[in-house]
Ligand binder design. Structure first.
Ligand code: SF4
Ligand code: SF4
Ligand code: SF4
Length: 346
């Protein structure tokens, strides 16, 4: 196969054969706008926004492979004019909902409309009105804002391996939906929300809870299992309203349903905040000092009376490795038993 050398915007670049023009341009630090392309998904070539000029012809850079001696222009007046028209066409049947859209402020379509200053589209497509809303508890689906880029279909199939959604119908009636237009019933990983470039798919538990400019982002690690996925918590008014993950992380931005949607416990009024000690059959709030003293006394009493193997310790996948290490050390060295297990073993 070997390497290929081409010129992009007058700059030479050498890349392996089979590389797309888009990837070669990215190697040079040239940002070509895209809407359907996603680096972790197979090529779609659906939105046409990434067109570049090769030999005087407009071609989509995400589907075109590099060739030796190729001369590529990414942003001539001709290409920028076509790109503006393509975005204009995408917006032609799009609702003017930016004022109330959950995605506003991080919407890739809104950013391109701003970049190309498309206030009123020249083209006027017929608005697709889908009044029915999906009753699933996690993914808010507003197909009027869908630009049919296909990222959600691909991520559900290629990354999650579920295939819960696909294109249905034809022509202007085309839309993304679950089989037979039933409510979404899937793994609720939310990967489709993560890759959707518009407000067509957003997190339902987060609806109406805060605008982008008010949201503070806190990087942390998911507490649910030992995979240790990187989480970005979106915090508004001291409340976690959403969880996402960045692409440049160990988990490549992908999460499971627990990591993405299981954060309501943080602000739950039912959450235990103090230790409880059972007294006369009822659980009574206690201080940490009381709880530690009580536990130490009971452990010592049982060990002295029945021997260390009368005691067993069950650790948790929600603890860190360091905490679990300390726990087994405590059981073996302080209590004197090897009766140690872990809930992740079931
Ligand atoms: S999806 Fe984007 S462009 Fe469409 S209404 Fe929402 S913010 Fe605006
Ligand atoms: S939430 Fe996950 S499983 Fe469900 S449709 Fe989206 S990507 Fe597919
Ligand atoms: S729902 Fe979002 S990701 Fe899926 S095709 Fe529409 S715009 Fe693209």
């Amino acid at each position: 196969m070997g390497d290929i050398t081409l010129n992009i915007d007058g700059m030479p670049v050498t890349v392996p054969a089979g590389t797309t023009v888009l990837a070669a341009a990215q190697k040079l630090g040239i940002a070509i706008p895209v809407l359907c392309h996603h680096p972790k998904l197979s090529v779609a070539g659906a939105c046409r926004v990434c067109i570049v000029e090769i030999g005087g012809q407009p071609v989509t850079s995400c589907t075109t492979r590099v060739e030796n001696g190729m001369e590529v222009t990414t942003a001539s007046p001709y290409i920028e004019g076509l790109r503006r028209d393509i975005i204009d066409l995408i917006l032609s049947d799009h609702p003017y909902d930016c004022m109330v859209c959950e995605r506003a402020g991080e919407c890739e379509l809104q950013e391109l409309a701003y970049k190309y200053q498309i206030r009123t589209p020249v083209f006027h497509g017929e608005r697709r009105i889908y009044p029915a809303r999906d009753g699933n508890p996690f993914v808010e689906r507003d197909m009027e804002k869908c630009i049919l880029c296909g990222r959600c279909v691909k991520v559900c199939d290629e990354v999650q391996g579920v295939g819960a959604i696909d294109y249905a119908y034809k022509g202007f009636a085309t839309k993304i939906c679950p089989p037979f237009e039933r409510d979404l019933s899937c793994e609720f990983c939310g990967q489709c929300i993560a890759v959707c470039p518009t407000g067509a798919l957003v997190s339902k538990p987060s609806l109406g809870k805060g605008r982008q400019r008010d949201i503070r982002r806190v990087e942390t690690v998911c507490p649910y299992c030992g995979c240790g996925c990187n989480l970005t918590l979106h915090v508004s008014k001291n409340e976690v309203i959403r969880a996402s993950s960045q692409r440049a992380t160990i988990n490549e931005g992908w999460l499971c349903a627990k990591g993405r949607f299981g954060f309501s416990f943080i602000n739950s009024p039912d959450r235990l905040k103090t230790p409880l000690i059972r007294k006369n059959g009822a659980l009574v709030e206690a201080s940490w000092e009381e709880a530690f003293t009580y536990s130490a006394h009971q452990l010592r009493r049982i060990r002295d009376l029945e021997g260390p193997d009368a005691i067993a310790g069950l650790a948790s996948a929600r603890c860190t490795n360091e905490e679990n290490y300390l726990f087994q050390k405590f059981m073996r060295a302080a209590i004197g038993t090897n009766n140690v297990d872990h809930c992740a073993r079931y």
